[in-house]
Design a protein around this ligand. Structure first.
Ligand code: NAD
Length: 378
């Protein structure tokens, strides 16, 4: 039997790349997407509102997972489910709490209740979780070598512009975060993603449908929503530089993240989906190579041939962590997944795509003003 994958949120950034890989590997694909305005408003769209980059061979259902009967109807003949549909702005989640919780947690409830109560043919589920559920990444105490999972930085510490995590007067050294690290989500988005991950694992186990949650680190690449000022720091910096403006950097720019190309994320989903391993578990998906935000800004300026230095705001965003980057050994050990794209090649692909946007959009100042108004940037 041909495997038939339903991708919720399949018209989005990660979803559309996943659809390409699935089709190339011979899967039948159905996309269920509500085409959220914040994500799709500025991109090129066809007469029905679908982004033009979405492969025409995928069956399309325009609808909201939350609307009664929509998800159940989309399940017809589906053997594999990938759930990506979500609202994805971390900062925005701190003010639009009802919307975020509805769209990121109730969607999981609708999907899981449908699978529990209705006939279906789903054999396997893979859902998108997020590194944000860790809160701060893992650290080591330099003097003792002990690995620790510190709480978030206090308001007083941040007000004093002491950016690094410290313990007993000693600054901690960031290390790669494994799946074992305790979860300390610091935003509504992250709390939602943790709840949704746990809901899938618990109900998947009860229904005996193998279920994997992939904890994605910072995905980047073409088709990233430029209309959404709350996501995608790499795309935002490139837009600024193309407009001859300095990238705006929070804190001092030394905070480290893990940028993974969307092509590697899509490959990870397909490998996990295609596997027969009956597991109910969580896996990091990252590049395994951390980079400081300031360094990324200067690499991008160099790649774009712009001599523009970043603007360091020395301000912090509520809920932001200092360092978080992935230990990716578990997914490699279990499924043989390893990222294939180098940082430079991946960023070049993103640059080409942002450059082709009719006018590279730059909403950094507007979104920063909005965060300040909401007192989420201090
Ligand atoms: N991009 C990242 O770096 C990243 C990192 C960690 C986790 N994730 C997770 O990966 C998933 C995909 O993220 P993305 O970056 O592709 O986001 P995106 O905004 O580009 O795509 C999400 C898609 O879901 C659709 N959607 C939203 N709510 C819906 C609903 N109720 N019903 C149907 N469709 C709906 C949107 O219209 C959009 O097309 C999300 O679950 C996100 O939380 C992304």
């Amino acid at each position: 039997m041909i495997k038939h994958v339903l991708v919720t949120g399949g018209a989005g950034f990660i979803g559309s790349h996943l659809v390409d890989v699935l089709l190339a590997r011979g899967y039948e694909v159905t996309v269920l997407d509500s085409l959220l305005a914040q994500v799709h408003a500025d991109g090129e769209r066809d007469a029905d509102g679908w982004p033009v980059y979405l492969d025409l061979r995928a069956k399309r259902i325009k609808g909201d997972v939350l609307d009664e009967g929509v998800f159940e109807a989309a399940l017809l003949g589906v053997t594999h489910l990938v759930h990506l549909a979500a609202s994805v702005g971390v900062g925005q989640s701190m003010t639009n709490i009802v919307d975020y919780t509805r769209n990121n947690v109730m969607t999981a409830a609708v999907i899981l209740e449908t699978l529990s109560q209705r006939p279906h043919t789903v054999e396997r589920m893979v859902v998108a979780s997020s590194m944000s559920i860790y809160g701060e990444g893992a650290y080591r105490v330099p003097s003792t070598g002990k690995v620790v999972a510190p709480p978030p930085r206090s308001h007083d510490q941040l007000a004093a512009r002491h950016w690094e995590l410290s313990m007993d007067g000693e600054d901690l050294t960031p290390i790669a975060t494994t799946e074992e690290k305790s979860l300390r989500p610091a935003s509504i988005y992250a709390i939602n993603k943790r709840d949704h991950e746990e809901m899938f694992l618990a109900v998947g186990q009860t229904l005996q449908i193998p279920t994997v949650a992939l904890r994605l680190f910072n995905a980047y690449g073409s088709r990233q929503a430029l209309s959404n000022p709350y996501t995608g720091v790499a795309a935002i910096f490139i837009s600024r530089l193309l407009n001859d403006q300095p990238p705006l950097v929070f804190e001092d720019g030394r905070q480290k993240r893990d940028f993974v190309h969307v092509g590697d994320v899509a490959d990870a989903f397909v490998t996990v989906l295609a596997s027969d391993l009956a597991v109910w578990d969580v896996f990091n998906v990252g590049s395994g190579s951390p980079i400081a935000i300031a360094e990324m800004a200067s690499v991008l300026a160099r790649m774009l041939d712009k001599s523009i230095a970043a603007d360091y705001l020395a301000k912090y965003r509520a809920g932001d962590v200092r360092h978080c980057f992935a230990d990716i050994s578990k997914i490699e050990r279990t499924f043989g997944v390893r990222p294939q794209r180098s940082f430079d090649d991946g960023m070049q692909e993103l640059i080409s795509w942002v450059s082709e946007a009719k006018v590279p959009l730059d909403r950094s100042r507007a979104s920063i003003a909005e965060l300040e108004k909401q007192r989420l940037l201090v």
